[in-house]
Design a binder for this molecule. Structure first.
Ligand SMILES: [Zn+2]
Ligand SMILES: [Zn+2]
Length: 228
């Protein structure tokens, strides 16, 4: 592990947050020829939504996008055969360091449960992601990012809901995503960011307070207010 150089690539915004992927330096160089983007994918085993890094060549267009972790696996280990799948050992689906990728030959080999996605200060992912400066919260952010949402229904199929968007905890090293709409609590000052719990909100405040702007009051609220 020692001496392995790492890189971070900005994927763009998904689930109410700017997402980055952590990679080995060799992988960063290979991915320079691609356009990268984050995509929210519903896990078929009921583990909720996950954000993955996708890559496509700009001439071919995003319809031919591939999962970044599969590209990296193939670069290091050769072609991925049908029926094989790559999983992320630590459960963080944007941590695409080669040592975090694991080949599963059958569905049966796949881990049944994801590891905890709460921030782990000892992890490489945490240390890398903590060093990236925070970007201001963009006002138009949510409209741009109202991604379509697919939910499992009782019959085992999937429902599509265009109004639903699940948010990821705003604290950067935390990868928890809502399983139900509006599950996480929103920052009471700006109403723009959401946290999976008070620990993440408290820890993130030192960074978030620099960008947290109280939301302009709407007329509706003013008429309710008793002060004159
Ligand atoms: Zn969190
Ligand atoms: Zn705020």
């Amino acid at each position: 592990m020692a001496g392995r150089k790492l890189g971070v690539v900005r994927l763009g915004r998904a689930a109410g947050k700017t997402k980055f992927t952590v990679l080995d330096e060799e992988s960063v160089n290979v991915l320079l020829q691609y356009v990268l983007e984050p995509r929210m994918i519903m896990d078929r085993d009921g583990n909720g939504t996950r954000i993955f890094a996708y890559a496509y060549e700009s001439i071919e267009g995003r319809r031919n996008a591939r999962k970044v972790h599969e590209i990296i696996w193939e670069l290091n280990h050769g072609q991925l055969h049908p029926g094989h799948e790559i999983v992320h050992r630590n459960g963080i689906t944007v941590d695409n360091r080669i040592e975090n990728l694991q080949l599963c030959r059958t569905e049966f080999e796949k881990p049944r449960e994801f590891p905890s996605l709460l921030p782990n200060p000892n992890s490489v992912y945490y240390q890398v992601i903590q060093r990236i400066p925070e970007e201001p919260v963009d006002e138009s952010f949510f409209e741009l990012n109202s991604l379509p949402c697919y939910r499992r229904n009782e019959g085992g199929g999937t429902d599509y809901d265009r109004n639903l968007c699940f948010f990821e905890c705003h604290y950067r090293p935390c990868s928890n995503i809502e399983k139900e709409a509006r599950e996480f609590s929103v920052c009471g000052h700006c109403h723009q960011v959401r946290y999976c719990g008070p620990t993440c909100q408290r820890t993130d405040w030192t960074v978030h307070k620099k960008h947290c702007r109280p939301r302009k009051r709407k007329r509706r609220n003013r008429s309710v207010s008793p002060e004159r």
